[in-house]
Design a protein around this ligand. Structure first.
Ligand code: ADP
Ligand code: MG
Length: 393
């Protein structure tokens, strides 16, 4: 059964009628540029074929209420539209006032209302084939699907960048996860055979050609199945270290520091803060280099940049885990052109740039390495840069 069919069936059981339409938004893989987004730097994600689908319809009973159902959850959640601004924002450090999964779509409804959108009650049924918690941004996919649907049904007329901001607000302020804007932008404006080069300071986005299949290549996702938790622990600490580093350098954000400033940074900071800062600064440069190489030589030439990015995250930013290192090392040993962990770290997925006809061999090598290290088996699949958020029906 397709994800759309699943969403339609869930909508029928939630609302007892046909939806007004179907909207979907993809997950994303970040090709390179990790933990640079909240430092107002550069990222280079692309949308993947895996999507979250929302079947949505305005209520026919005249009640100003919003109901959300997901195949992930036993029970739908229903709240009054005029209650949303009492539920959100969620106070810092607190759990959302609704089940966490429901804070994503309800947070989108709240953020849209807060941006001036008005509309009548609505039912939302959600199904997805984006792996959750794998660093593929199922969160941006659910936000993007919900935001696209409500934008259309409430005639809010916001553009894609504005909808990305709505999704981010839902994630930051309703869910309480302090993430940057990259995931939502990739999901909203991604495209086939295209990576999105995003300046996270200006939100200026450029399309960069990423026709991997045409080059005889594939991007293998290696999901370690180790769960990460964004809203807690290491992620917040890394953000704090970056803010500390920027303050010490006397700049608003690490975007304003370049590789030429590294010597001075090292003199001013403790070792840990310096290494966090060095990751962000060198990673920004690697994104710029990757964009230049993709434009001049194509995807075959970016392997070393991916490898350098992984080393920086493992050694300087310290956000890798043994499973991610095993995946990267095994893929490289089996002939991958490049490999790196992707996403926020502490688990989730790594990617490898491989010859298209080597998928079986690299996959077998990665599986064998996981077994030998005593890690649970990874989930392995290839992705190609795919369409962004859209209305499907
Ligand atoms: P990631 O974005 O890497 O997959 P996150 O922790 O950012 O991981 O987001 C995952 C959370 O998003 C899930 O725990 C759940 O609360 C919510 N979510 C994602 N997809 C769905 C879905 N289809 N239905 C309900 N909730 C979802
Ligand atoms: Mg996420």
């Amino acid at each position: 059964m397709t994800t759309e069919t699943t969403a339609r069936e869930l909508f029928a059981s939630l609302a007892g009628r046909e939806p007004d339409g179907i909207w979907s938004a993809p997950g994303r893989v970040n090709l390179i540029g990790e933990h640079t987004d909240y430092n107002e730097g550069f990222v280079l994600p692309f949308a993947i074929p895996h999507r979250t689908v929302a079947a949505v319809g305005l209520r026919t009973d005249g009640l100003g209420r919003v109901s959300v159902a997901s195949t992930f959850a036993e029970e739908p959640v229903e709240v009054a539209l005029d209650e949303l601004d009492r539920l959100f924002p969620t106070p810092a450090g607190a759990q959302p006032a609704v089940p966490e999964w429901a804070a994503y779509p309800l947070g989108v409804a709240w953020a849209l209302q807060d941006a001036g959108a008005t509309g009548s009650g609505v039912d939302i049924a959600i199904a997805s084939d984006v792996p959750v918690g794998a660093g593929l941004s199922s969160s941006a996919a659910i936000e993007g699907a919900a935001a696209s649907a409500l934008n259309d049904l409430w005639n809010a007329d916001l553009d894609r960048t504005a909808l990305a901001r709505i999704g981010r607000r839902a994630e930051n302020e309703a869910v309480g996860a302090p993430t940057g804007i990259m995931d939502q932008m990739a999901s909203m404006i991604g495209g086939v055979d295209t990576a999105i080069f995003l300046d996270c300071r200006t939100l200026e986005a450029q399309q960069v050609p990423l026709a991997v299949a045409e080059a005889g290549l594939a991007i293998l996702v290696m999901d370690t199945r180790v769960k990460h938790a964004h809203s807690t622990g290491g992620y917040g600490e890394r953000r704090a270290a970056c803010e500390r580093g920027a303050a010490i350098m006397g700049v608003p954000s690490l975007r304003d520091v370049s590789v030429d400033d590294l010597t001075r940074a090292q003199e001013l900071m403790d070792d840990v803060t310096f290494r966090r800062v060095r990751h962000v600064i060198t990673e920004n440069q690697r994104v710029l280099d990757t964009v230049a190489v993709l434009r001049s030589e194509g995807p075959r030439a970016i392997g070393d940049l991916l490898v350098a990015s992984h080393a920086s995250m493992r050694d300087d930013f310290e956000i890798s885990v043994p499973e991610l290192d095993t995946a990267v090392e095994a893929a490289l040993a089996a002939g991958a052109l490049g490999a790196r962990m992707t996403g926020g770290g502490f688990g989730g997925a790594a990617i490898a740039l491989i010859e298209a006809d080597a998928e079986a061999a690299v996959s077998a090598a990665v599986e064998a390495a996981f077994a030998a290290a005593g890690h649970a088996a990874p989930a392995l699949f290839t992705v190609t840069p795919s369409a962004g958020a859209r209305r499907d029906a």
